[in-house]
Design a protein around this ligand. Structure first.
Ligand code: NAG
Ligand code: NAG
Length: 250
């Protein structure tokens, strides 16, 4: 396992400044912001610090995972690795985000090629918005290579259809080896930061985790596809190495 050791060493050196440093937003992208962005981010960062609940750690190179905290289960268990020492294991986590909770998801990449992550409000999300009509609340956030995409849920009523792409940002994911992207997922909220830039989408078009009606059934679940989309392995990626997830109260 000397490859693990050298990768770990490289990882620690590159990551330590990123992990210890939570920058304030300089020029945040604001979409549908309801209250002051700065205030919300400060509150979120304060809550992160207070929080002591269990963290799930997943290593997509070695397949080592910590035990599952309450509210997290495997929807699709981790596959075995294909490339030697590659960050290419695939799996899907189910996260139940209820009672005004948020999920914080830290993801560290060696690089990002293809669909390295997909957070979806529907179990059949597969990128580009939409889910073959399983749920109306089917917003999703995902990568393709180094870009991140935020897609809205379906519109209500006659005509329906997805709200479509709310925002995309190129050069955001794995801008350098062993950098981290942190996502926050909550009702009507998705944020992403990569150590340099914040993306903050606070909109009724995003995740619906407060009991909103849904022809496909009300639920409080989001799914996290790792090195694949949620729905299947028809769309996969490589380069996501580590994922850490925890819940906190908003
Ligand atoms: C991330 O994954 C790499 C590659 O498997 C591993 O060496 C490292 O220890 C992991 N880091 C964390 C924080 O889990
Ligand atoms: C994610 O990274 C931030 C910044 O280092 C840290 O404060 C937080 O505890 C991490 N969260 C998880 C779930 O590991």
């Amino acid at each position: 396992m000397h490859c693990t050791l050298s990768l770990m060493a490289a990882c620690l050196v590159t990551l330590s400044p990123v992990y210890g440093w939570l920058p304030r937003p300089k020029e945040p992208v604001q979409l549908q912001v309801e209250t002051a962005l700065e205030q919300k981010l400060e509150k979120m960062q304060a809550l992160e610090k207070q929080n002591t609940v269990d963290v799930l750690d997943v290593n997509l190179m070695t397949g080592v995972t910590s035990s599952l905290p309450a509210g997290m289960t495997w929807h699709s268990k981790l596959t075995s690795g294909r490339g030697e020492c590659a960050c290419d294991r695939q799996g899907v986590l189910k996260l139940t985000v209820e009672g005004g909770m948020a999920a914080q998801i830290n993801m560290t990449f060696s690089h990002s090629s293809g669909f390295t992550f997909n957070v979806g409000d529907s179990v059949t999300n597969d990128g580009y918005g939409g889910d073959r009509n399983t749920q109306q609340n089917d917003a999703e956030v995902h990568s393709i290579n180094n870009a991140i995409y935020f897609y809205g849920r379906d519109k209500r009523g006659p005509g329906g259809g997805s709200y479509g792409l709310l925002h995309s940002e190129g050069g955001f994911v794995a801008t350098q080896p062993f950098t981290t992207v942190t996502l926050h997922v909550a009702d009507e909220l998705a944020t992403a930061h990569n150590g340099l830039k914040y993306l903050y989408i606070n909109s009724h078009k995003m995740f619906a985790l407060n009991g909103q009606s849904d022809a496909g059934g009300v639920n409080y679940d989001v799914y996290l596809g790792m090195n694949r989309v949620v729905d299947s392995t028809a769309r996969t990626g490589t380069g996501l190495c580590n994922v850490s997830v925890r819940f906190y109260q908003l």
